[in-house]
Structures are given as structure tokens and as C-alpha cells.
Design a protein. Structure first.
Lengths: 124, 110
């Protein structure tokens, strides 16, 4: 069974840096094809893709947020970490991590399964 | 953010069929057979129901089907059930190793 779970602060102040961790089980980055992505959803709004990291450490970022995002993985711990700098109230959202798989690195495009999500509020 | 375009809402009666469209460009929906669809029930995480345009993950009802024509992908739900009432999102691979989501469609089963 594959599971993912997000963890991190529930409240951050404007201009601070957000660090979220996705801890997963049931698969490993030691296997070719595996990937983990981050997607967020402001309250009552649409999903927005943020970043993806692949088994070979290839990475992809949203072009709209690329300058603020960093994604890394720890294969031994089965974890993926997303960092977002210069947080703003408009970044208030539920942040999800989710698994993908692709035969070609950089081509991940679907997500299954998803973590339960973690609500991050940006406020002073 | 340049999202894929979906209707804000659709509705149908139990037993009917509905179709939700997802319009992009030749750089995403039209350029690749990498469209996926997600069902999100209130307060829950999204659930993958279609991937690679028209493939269903194991355990997803065959009442859900996907297709694509040009820059527009479609999700069809046949034989509507009341429990199909949810938000539905499309997504597509977009050039340069990125992913785009649609704005979401609220399905109401009357």
C-alpha cells in the first residue's frame, strides 16, 4: 500500500520561508520511474501544480513560482522536502504531495495517490 | 497562472450522462496524450480517475471515461450516481517538464 503524508507549520508570517516535508511509504526513489510532486489548493479554489522530483534527481518547477521554490529528496528517509520563500497571504492553501510514475524522467504528469494535505495559513 | 479551461459547473440527473470539457493549447492538451482527471469530494484529497487521456486506474468505475480532440479533452460520466457529486479537475503535461491543472468543475447531481 502506498501512502504519503505532508508535515510542516500550519502558520507562517509574511516574508518567511515555508518548509514542508512529504514522508511516504510503499515505494522508493531507488526504483526507476518514481516521482513525487507538490500541488496546492487555496480555500475554495483550483489545484495548482508546484514542483516534481524524480528518482534520478531531475526536477521540474512551476514557471510562475520557479524563483521561490526548491524541491529535494532524501532517498534513505523516503522523504521529499519543498521550500517556498517569501511567503505571502495569497499563498494560504492546502498543500498536497502526491506520487507519480514515468518511463521518461521529466515527463511526470499524473498523480496517484495523494496525501491528506496540510493547510498552511500565511498571516502576521 | 495560465490554467486549462473548464466549465465552472455542470449538472445532471441520476442515470444520465454528463461531459466535462478541458481546453488547453498545442503546448499541453493538444500536444501530448498526457491528460489526467481527478475527482475531489468535499474536504477530501483529489483522487485520480483517468490518466493518459483515457486510462482508468485499478478500482475506478468504468462509468468514467476520457477522450481528447485537438486541444480539448473531455471526461464523461455515464449512469450518474448521487455520489458522483464532487469537483472535477483536469491536468495535462505542458512543455518543458511542467504540469497544468484546470480551474475545476463542480458537478451537481439533481
Amino acid at each position: 500500500q502506498i501512502t504519503l503524508k505532508e508535515s510542516g507549520p500550519t502558520l507562517v508570517k509574511p516574508t518567511q520561508t515555508l518548509t514542508l516535508t512529504c514522508t511516504f511509504s510503499g515505494f522508493s526513489f531507488s526504483s526507476s520511474g518514481e516521482g513525487v510532486g507538490w500541488i496546492r489548493q487555496p480555500p475554495g479554489k483550483a489545484l495548482e501544480w508546484l514542483a516534481l522530483i524524480y528518482w534520478d534527481d531531475n526536477k521540474g518547477y512551476s514557471p510562475f513560482l520557479k524563483n521561490r521554490l526548491s524541491i529535494t529528496k532524501d532517498t534513505s528517509k523516503n522523504q521529499v522536502v519543498l521550500t517556498m520563500t517569501n511567503m505571502d497571504p495569497v499563498d494560504t492553501a492546502t498543500y498536497y504531495c502526491a506520487k507519480t510514475w514515468t518511463a521518461r524522467t521529466g515527463w511526470g504528469n499524473w498523480f496517484h495517490p495523494w496525501g491528506q494535505g496540510t493547510l498552511v495559513t500565511v498571516s502576521s | 497562472q495560465s490554467a486549462l479551461t473548464q466549465p465552472a459547473s455542470v449538472s445532471g440527473s441520476p442515470g444520465q450522462s454528463i461531459t466535462i470539457s478541458c481546453t488547453g493549447t498545442s503546448s499541453d492538451v493538444g500536444g501530448y496524450n498526457y491528460v489526467s482527471w481527478y475527482q475531489q469530494c468535499p474536504g477530501k484529497a483529489p483522487k485520480l480517475i483517468i490518466f493518459d487521456v483515457n486510462n482508468r486506474p485499478s478500482g475506478v468505475s468504468n462509468r468514467f471515461s476520457g477522450s481528447k480532440s485537438g486541444n480539448t479533452a473531455s471526461l464523461t460520466i455515464s449512469g450518474l450516481h448521487t455520489e458522483d457529486e464532487a469537483d472535477y479537475f483536469c491536468a495535462s503535461y505542458r512543455s518543458s517538464s511542467t504540469v497544468a491543472f484546470g480551474g475545476g468543475t463542480k458537478l451537481t447531481v439533481l
